[in-house]
Design a protein around this ligand. Sequence first.
Ligand SMILES: [Zn+2]
Ligand SMILES: [Zn+2]
Length: 339
Amino acid sequence: MSAVIEPMVKPKASTGMRVKVWGARGSLPAPLTPEELQLHMRNLLIEFTERGYTSASDVDRFLAGVPRQRFGGYGGNTPCIEVSTDQQQLIIDGGSGIRQLGYDLMAGACGRGEGEVHILFTHFHWDHLIGLLFFTPIFIPGNRIHVYAVQADLPDVFKTLFKKPYFPVELEQLGATIEYHRLAPRQPVVFNDITVTPYELDHPDPCWGYKFESGGKAFAHCVDTECIRITREELGPDLPLYQGLDLMIIDAQYTVMESFERINWGHASARRGIDIAMREGVKQVLFMHHDPGASMGKIAAAETQARHYYEHRLDSPPPNSTVSPVEWSFAFEGQVIEL
Ligand SMILES: [Zn+2]
Ligand SMILES: [Zn+2]
C-alpha cells in the first residue's frame, strides 16, 4: 500500500484530449423499462415512415441520422468518465459505467496482465464505486490499478467494497495489484502530458472536482455538486476549477423545482452550471448525473427548461456582469468530446 504521488515534472507536448462518457446517470443505475423501450421504438418507427423510408435497406441510413441519445435515452450507467491523450489514459470514478470500459481495456494490455490503469475518485458514494466490482482488469494478475483520491480513507473504502458477505471476492484475493495514492487539495499532479488538479465541490460528504490540462486545452469534471457557492468570492480557492475551460461536465440531477425541494441533497439544476459557465466563458458544457427516476422525456423537459433559462440570461444578463454564449447539452452514455 503506498501513498506516493508522482513528482511534478515538465509536461510533455500533447495533441489534445478526448473525453468519453461511460456513465451519465446519478445515484443508482437506471436501465430502460420495457415501457420506455417500447416508446423509443414506436417514435423511431413513426419517424422512419414519415421520412418516406419503406425498405429494410433504408434502416441503417435512417439510424445513422438519429441522435445517439434517442436509441437509449441518456443511458442508465452511473458516473464514469475517461480522459485520454495519445500518451495517457485517466478514468474518473468507478460507477457502473466502468464495467464496459473494463471490457475495452481487456482487449489491450490489461487482457495480458500488463495493464496500468489510473482511476481518480471524486468521492465514495456507492454510485461512484459500484462498477469496480465488475471491472474485469482488477481480477487479472499482473495488472496494476492505481487509485487516487484527496480523501484519506481510500484504502478503507476498497477493503469495505471487496468484502464478504457483500461480495464473494475479498480485497486480498484480487488478481491485480492496487496502489493507493493520496492527492493534495489544489495541488497539480502530472501524468505524462496531462496535469490534474483537484478542487473541492459542494456535496454532503467531501467531494472533489478535477481540472485536466493538456496541450493548451482544459477540461473540468464537477460532479457531484450542489453548486452552493456560485460567485467568485464564494468559490475562493476553488474558482480556478471553473476558469479557462474548453469543456466542463457538471451536475444537473434536478429540475429547478426539485432543486428547491432538495436543498442540501448535494446536486444541482442546470441553471447553476449555466450561470457559472456564462460568467467564466466556458466554451462547452455537458450536464450529467441524471436522476435515476427521470425518464428520457423528463430529462429532455429539463433540458428545454434550461434552454429557456439560458436564452433569458443571454438577453438579460445579471446586473453589472457580462455573459458569454456557451455551447451546452445534457450528456449521454457513449458521448465523446474531442478537445
Ligand atoms: Zn453521485
Ligand atoms: Zn455523491
